[in-house]
Design a protein around this ligand. Structure first.
Ligand SMILES: *[C@@H]1O[C@H](CO)[C@@H](O)[C@H](O)[C@H]1NC(C)=O
Ligand SMILES: [Cu+2]
Length: 236
């Protein structure tokens, strides 16, 4: 039975991926579909945790919808990230509900958010949600039309940053490679702010292999806890 469920989950997967498609300012106004985002042309996951695409997506998901614009947001204010199944999906088609798992947001300070390469270091976590009272972060994301609102830390220095939204689908994660990682990066100019420098994390592949999260979680074994990869989110 368990094998059948896993097989069905994998079969359902082709039509079930997701892309972080849109960013919204603190007042809820969209910055524009695909604007300020480095988007893959293909909505499928990255499953090789050693891949350099773990940072901001890319090969094998060709990055051909890349915005070099940089969107301005004040430190301490809210920003909303919206995921959709394809590059044009709306609130009714976020991701297949089989794709349960955590949602995680990182930022990294960069010198050129518009056209600079994604940095391999300097990332700090600003948000995560996993499994809480039997409900996954992905369930909440679907219920909210794909939108997640997070706060840009008030104390980080003004300047250019990449913001990295990540969703990890665990429906096939009982063996490696099985966890499906969906991540895209957005280009931000943070205004205001302070002078605190958050502790940064090791490269994403190390986080995932160290915690073994990518290879060992069985979504169908009735587990009631899940350890989200990486550190606790930074607070000012
Ligand atoms: C909302 O915020 C954006 C970005 O700061 C700004 O361009 C826009 O004018 C604001 N819209 C309203 C209705 O306040
Ligand atoms: Cu999928």
């Amino acid at each position: 039975m368990k094998g059948l469920i896993t097989a069905l989950a994998i079969a359902a997967c082709v039509s079930a991926h997701t892309i972080l498609n849109e960013l919204y300012a603190a007042n809820g106004t969209s910055f524009g579909l695909h604007n300020c985002l480095r988007l893959p042309s293909y909505d499928g996951p990255i499953t090789d945790v050693t891949s350099s695409s773990m940072t901001c997506n890319g090969s094998p998901n060709a990055l051909d919808t890349v915005s070099t614009n940089v969107c301005s947001i004040a430190a301490g204010s809210k920003i909303t990230l919206r995921w959709g199944h394809t590059l044009t999906s709306g609130a009714e088609d976020v991701i297949d509900s089989s794709h349960k798992g955590p949602v995680i947001v990182y930022m990294a300070k960069v010198s050129n958010a518009g056209t600079g390469a994604p940095p391999t270091s300097g990332w700090f976590k600003i948000y995560h949600a996993g499994l809480s009272n039997g409900r996954w972060a992905v369930d909440d994301l679907i219920a909210n039309g794909g939108k997640l609102t997070v706060t840009i830390p008030s104390c980080i220095p003004a300047g250019q940053y990449l913001i990295r939204g990540e969703l990890i689908a665990l429906h096939a994660a009982s063996s490696y490679p099985g966890a499906q990682l969906y991540m895209e990066c957005g280009n931000l100019q943070v205004t205001g702010g302070g002078s605190k420098s958050p502790a940064t994390v090791a490269v994403f592949s190390l986080i995932l292999t160290a915690d073994d999260v990518a290879s060992t979680y069985n979504l169908y074994s009735g587990q009631t806890t899940y350890t989200i990869p990486g550190p606790a989110p930074f607070t000012c």
